[in-house]
Design a protein around this ligand. Sequence first.
Ligand code: ZN
Length: 489
Amino acid sequence: MNTKLYLHNTLSRRKEEFVPINPPHVGLYVCGPTVYGDPHLGHARSAITFDLLFRLLRHHGYKVRYVRNITDVGHLEHDADEGNDKIAEKARLEQLEPMEVAQRYTNRYHEALRQLNVLSPSIEPRASGHIIEQIALVQRIIDAGLAYQSNGSVYFDVAKYNELHRYGQLSGRVLDDLQANTRALDGQDEKRSPFDFALWKKASPEHIMRWPSPWSEGFPGWHLECSAMSAKYLGQQFDIHGGGMDLMFPHHECEIAQNVAASGSGAVRYWLHNNMITINGQKMGKSLGNSISLAELFAGAHPLLEQAYSPMTIRFFILQAHYRSTLDFSNEALQAAQRGLARLQSAHRALRKVQPAGQSSVEVGAIAQRVHEALADDLNSPVALAAMFDAVRIINALLEGKERIAADDLARLRVLFDTVLIDIMGLVDEQQAQGQAKLVEGLVDMLLGVRQQAKANRDFATSDRIRDELARMGVAVRDRKDGADWELV
Ligand code: ZN
């Protein structure tokens, strides 16, 4: 692959050629979910955006170490150092051990991502499993003189940091303006300034999740885990850090400040942020009643939904927009996505039937080039998909006998669909997969019928052979009184 890859770096605010620190290795860190609720469209957009990046980097020949964390210490999303611990709150309500809550929603997140055909990261560290690393990082920031203790908690001294380095380089915010516009928050009396953020928070008596530390029994600040875990698994400097745009401030801004305070320099070369999903033009939120979980989308079980939408429809819908644009969810938009994906996939299936004939009257190379250039141009999936639809028109013309294609061009067209649609965009053919599953089911049932007949005829050699060969293919057969059950193992 010799197409150069360009990525829009939030830090420099421009598109840059991607050059890894230590090629062919690439370190990629993406902020994962806070596991106290069902995964929703916002989770899907971030997961699919960085899945596309992960797949594309691999397609370009890079060896990617992809780290995506699980936030199971349960912080509020925007006021990491204020308010209640959400996981503990949920645990109290449902009378569960907090780790049961975290595990339940982690499982649901994994299941939704599996349905969306999102590849697993190389490492998926949990915040609760890295308390030691986080305590060590707090100590380094204290030693650097950029954090202070207050009543058992430790806060990052933003004003002092801002004198030495500039706070706000990622989000473009300026500390003086921030301070002028801040309202007083609870717990502020412990801090020297409202913009100081917690590195370690002393636990109140009713707080369930707590760990011992040199400062108090408590829990780490939310921003800390990503600095600690990215450094542990990707090193002091690494290539790409991603996340949703809502994490840019304060989460990622604070992460940069922590990294610089602890090690003298920023850790990340390229910061990438995906934009948000709105629902019928509105921001998504529980309080607005428009927060649709992925399970509800797949089942069509929400008052805002006119029908169920398959995981691949959701994936295609997300890929049809550029990751840095906002994306508005509506039934019409999803229904259009469903139709578009069906056209693309039926053309892909029909491509198997196309026969080569003489010289090509169609141009395949130029389309393939447009697709790959678009993807390498800051993951421009909508432009890449538009070029794929030009290929769909060619396939339809070939099927109607209006055009001809030479053998080498036909092979190229097949490679384009297999590589781009399946490998890079991860759009598997659900209809085909369902058809195959039905076929497997029918064949196994038929074989078990033959086996049943053999047993009735006391032909145990045949009956055992069928059972053993099925077992070798991963089909476990369990005999019952009146027949047999089977499952894939
Ligand atoms: Zn993070």
